[in-house]
Ligand binder design. Sequence first.
Ligand code: AMP
Ligand code: GLY
Length: 427
Amino acid sequence: MNILLIGSGGREHAIAIALKRSPLLNRLYIAPGNPGTARIGDNVDLDVADHAAVIDFCREAAIALVVVGPEQPLIGGLVDELEKHGVLAFGPTRAAAQLEGSKGFTKDLCRDYGIPTARYARFDSLAPALQYLREHSAPIVVKADGLAAGKGVVVAQTLEEAERAAQAMFGGAFGVSGAEVVIEECLEGEEASFFALCDGVRALPFATAQDHKRVGDGDVGPNTGGMGAYSPASVVTTEIEARVMSEIIEPTMRAMRERGAPFKGVLYAGLMLTQDGPKLIEYNCRFGDPEAQVLLPRLEDDLLELMLAAARSELPQERPRFSPLTALTVVLAAKNYPGAPITGWEIRNLHSAEAIGDVTVTHAGTREEGGRLIAAGGRVLNVTALGASVAEAQARAYAAVDLIDWPGGFCRRDIGWREVAREGESR
Ligand code: AMP
Ligand code: GLY
C-alpha cells in the first residue's frame, strides 16, 4: 500500500525508516520531507496547510494511510478533513488534539476525571492572575495556554519572575497562545516521557524515554525542542507503568470518548515521577522529536501494521514488542540555536558516521545544494546509536558524531548522563 507521511524533521525521518521495514509498504511519500527522507521515499512538495491539496494528492497517489508527524497539522484539523473525504489517517482529530493544543482543556479534564496532575488555576486576564500569584508562594509555574514551541512555560523561582512571565504572556509574547494562562503548582521529582498507542477506545503502552530540553551540558541554559534522548527510561518501572496506564492514560481515553472526541494516534505523556506517584505535566498528541528517533529503532513489530490498526480502531490485545537494547540520540544543532541559528555551512563526512554499526543519522534542518549537504535550520541532524547499555550507546553515538565534519554545528556532550550514572551505581 501507498503511504503519505506529513512532516520534515528528524522524527519524520525516523518514522520513514520504520515504515520502510514493513512488507505492507509499496510507495512512501513524505510531504514536504527532507534530504534524509528523500533517500527512503519520494518527497512531495505539498503545502500541508492546504487540506484540499493534500486530499487531491491522496486520490492521485492512491494513498491508503496518512501518517501525521507534527502537532500543527493535527491541531489544524487535517485528520478531520481526511476522514471527511474517506482517507484513513493516523493521528487525532482537531478536537482530540486539544490535549496538546490547550493546556487549560487538559487540566480541566484531569480535574473532572481525577487524573493526578499539579494543582492549577486558569486565567484570561492579568489582574486576577497576579492576585493568585501573590496568594501562592514560589516556586510556581506559569504557562501560556496554547502552542508556544516549548517556550510558553516558565518555572518561576521567585514571585517577581512569575509576575513578569504572566505580564509577558498577557502582553502578547506568545500571540493568541498567551491569551489564556495556566498557573500551577511546581512538582518535584524526575521527569520521564511515556508513549501510548491509541485507537480511540483502547490504549497500548508503547515505550518510554527521557530527553534533554536545555541547550547546555549539565542541563543548563535556555530550553530547546530537545538536544537528545534515550529509551527506555529505567525510572519508569513496571509498577510505575501500570499506574500511568490505569491512573492517567486510561481515564484520558475514557474522558475523550465521553466528550465525543475519541483519541487516535500517539498519546505522549510528559510525567513527573513524584513521591506520591506519577503525575501528568502535559500531553502531546504525536511522537516526540527527538524521542521518535530513540523509540522506533527499538520497535520489533511492524510500525505500519500498528498504525493501520490504530487508525481502524483495531489495536491488538498484545502490546508492541521492543528490543531490550538502549537507543540514544544526540542532536546536532547549528551554532546559536535556540537563538537564530547560523545556517549555510556545509556538512561533510556524514557517510563515515553512518558506516559505524548500529548508528543511524537522521536529518532535520538540512538542505541539498549541488550534491552538497548544507545546514539549513536550528536542529540539523540526529545521531542515534543502539547499545547493550546507555554507556555503550552513548560512546557509539559520540564516536559517530566526532566523524562528522561541520564547524558550524554543536551538540551536548552529556546526553544520557543520568542513566549512565545510574548504571554506574548499579554495577
Ligand atoms: P511543558 O511544555 O508543559 O512540558 O513544560 C516544559 C517543562 O517545564 C517541563 O518539561 C518541566 O520541566 C517544566 N514543568 C512544567 N510544568 C511543571 C510543573 N507543574 N512542575 C514542575 N515543572 C514543570
Ligand atoms: N522533544 C519534545 C517534543 O517533541 O515535544
